[in-house]
Design a protein around this ligand. Structure first.
Ligand code: ZN
Length: 277
């Protein structure tokens, strides 16, 4: 059981609205990089993603990686670091027992190197994407290989290696997931479409389940109204039919579950306004 959870903002970036939702405005909007801090009653503190980090700025100094930073200009300084954010809850980096990774885009994993002792839960397929192609193709795919800690495999547990379990009806139309700790408290769920190896996480808290959906939607408006980004934006990084199918399922789940489940998109400014600390 997760006995407490917090939503942290670790930097943010700017995108024109129309890139993230069909019919959105030309104006640039803030997209926070949100991180879930989950306190498991016996396992200890865990984070879902890491958000931005000074390592992101370092990794995007040279070309072609600089193109990533130019495409999504970021607002980040050390006062916003994950280490500082955790300190507010009296956690040092080495207190964090595990990091659960939604996917390997730079804005989700830039802070990994702050946590050399943490267990890593991630998709094998996602990690594979950080090792193939060349610097240009990886940058185009949102991947900065310099952010991956050395020998990450030694402390990684891959979602694909778990036995799939049937999810309770309350999470329909999602049918299966994997039970990361074996106690039903943290269920990783594949959310296909945004990029290869993209997974979400259902965390069972004392109050109600929290479904971190990563980049399967960029805002709660997109979930509520089932409005995907334009095909061209989805297609830059992922698979259009799979993305739309996943968003549709999340949208149905939202309609069916209403207040019995919280959905947390990784970059939703309203969600941060509601839950952020
Ligand atoms: Zn992403």
């Amino acid at each position: 059981m997760i006995c407490d959870w917090k939503l942290l903002k670790i930097g943010s970036c700017q995108h024109p609205g129309f890139m993230t939702i069909k019919g959105g405005s030309l104006a640039c909007h803030e997209f926070p990089a949100l991180v879930g801090l989950l306190i498991h009653e016996t396992f200890g503190p865990i984070i879902f993603d890491t958000g931005y980090d000074s390592a992101f700025l370092e990794a995007t100094k040279p070309f072609p990686e600089r193109l990533y930073r130019m495409a999504t200009p970021i607002q980040y300084d050390e006062s916003q670091s994950i280490v500082n954010a955790l300190e507010k809850y009296n956690f040092a980096p080495n207190d964090i027992k595990a990091i659960i990774i939604s996917h390997f885009h730079g804005d989700h994993i830039a802070g990994l190197r702050n946590f050399p002792l943490a267990k890593i839960f991630c998709a094998k397929e996602g990690l594979k994407q950080t090792k193939i192609g060349n610097r240009f193709s990886r940058t185009k795919a949102g991947i900065l290989s310099d952010l991956i800690p050395p020998r990450i495999e030694c402390r990684a547990k891959f979602y694909e290696d778990y036995e799939r379990i049937a999810l309770p009806n309350e999470f329909a139309p999602f049918l299966w997931g994997v039970d990361l700790l074996g106690d039903n408290s943290l269920l990783a769920v594949e959310l296909d479409g945004h990029c290869k190896g993209h997974w979400g996480l259902i965390a069972r808290t004392k109050d109600k389940p929290i479904f971190f959906i990563g980049d399967a939607a960029w805002s709660m408006k997109a979930v509520e109204e089932n409005i995907p980004p334009p095909n061209i934006t989805i297609g830059l990084l992922g698979n259009v039919p799979k993305y739309k199918d996943t968003l549709n399922k999340i949208s149905v789940l939202r309609r069916n579950s209403r207040d019995r489940l919280e959905i947390i998109p990784s970059h939703c400014v309203e969600t941060y306004g509601r839950w952020g600390h």
